[in-house]
Design a protein around this ligand. Structure first.
Ligand SMILES: Nc1ncnc2c1ncn2[C@@H]1O[C@H](COP(=O)(O)OP(=O)(O)OP(=O)(O)O)[C@@H](O)[C@H]1O
Length: 253
């Protein structure tokens, strides 16, 4: 599904007098139906990596392919269309339009893709009950709780049946109960076949995935598979790894 080969990203200052090499050769694959979390400390390059996969920015070196298509080859003016057709996005700050009601917010990607209303209605009828949104379709985002708003954002992200769902700190603005609900929802969507890649600094969020990649110093430093562990057992394993990583970092100073 998704393949990264030796992906590098260097940010340059305007006059190229300063360079920051954020990603130094990242290689990994995400298989169909996987749910992968990417963890790393603040500034480790998680959002940078997600932006590259989202075609919002280009790598300095290396290749990224989605189902065989090299993202570098997608032309600038075709990228918005590419994102609409292949990817779904959930961000920390929901990013809903307050002037639209919930239903129209969810329909937006299909409206932009000029899909027929009948298809939108069919898809909504499938996902609204699953996400507990059937009763709020005529409300506006500002009338909803944070958890409901994030579920609307999730509905909007999956209504196009994206090949890959990208989530950037999706629980960052939620309290622990609504976070847990959203994470359970992401897990359920994944069990129903949704390939998902999530960036997070939360061990709890990562423990809902099937595999965690740890980024440090611009490389994939370590990875953990959930295997048959329960979410709580996986959380313990992730927390132990983070503690060990922090311990090693301390020894450098
Ligand atoms: N557009 C940009 N131009 C220049 N430097 C950038 C840009 N975006 C990110 N950086 C730098 O790249 C490094 C990695 O940032 P990034 O946002 O990818 O980290 P992160 O792991 O997502 O952090 P956080 O968890 O705090 O969001 C940081 O040092 C940041 O200052």
């Amino acid at each position: 599904m998704l393949k990264l080969r030796n992906v590098e990203k260097t940010y340059y200052s305007m006059l190229k007098t300063r360079a920051e090499r954020v990603l130094k050769g990242i290689s990994f694959e995400v298989a169909d139906n996987e749910f992968v979390a990417i963890m790393g400390e603040s500034g480790a390059g998680k959002s940078t990596l997600l932006n590259l996969i989202a075609t919002l920015d280009d790598p300095t070196a290396g290749t990224i392919t989605l189902n065989g298509q090299d993202l570098n080859q997608v032309k600038e003016d075709e990228r918005a269309k590419f994102r609409r057709e292949h990817l779904g996005f959930i961000f920390q700050d929901f990013d809903l339009l307050d002037t639209f009601n919930v239903q129209d917010n969810i329909y937006l990607p299909l409206v932009l893709a000029k899909k027929p209303l009948s298809l939108m209605n069919t898809r909504l009828a499938e996902i609204a009950p699953k996400l507990g949104l059937s009763e709020v379709l005529n409300k506006h985002p500002y009338e909803l709780s944070g958890g409901q708003q994030q579920r609307v954002a999730a509905a909007r992200a999956i209504i196009t049946n994206p090949e890959l769902l990208l989530a950037d700190e999706p629980t960052g603005a939620l309290d622990s109960r609504t976070s847990a609900e959203l994470l359970n929802l992401l897990e359920e969507l994944n069990q129903a076949g949704q390939t998902t890649l999530m960036v997070t600094h939360s061990a709890v969020a990562a423990s809902h995935s099937k595999r965690v990649l740890f980024i440090r110093d611009g490389i994939i430093f370590h990875q953990l598979y959930r295997g048959n562990l329960t979410q709580l057992q996986f959380l313990t394993k992730i927390s132990e790894t983070l503690t060990a990583m922090l311990g090693e970092a301390d020894q450098h100073f």
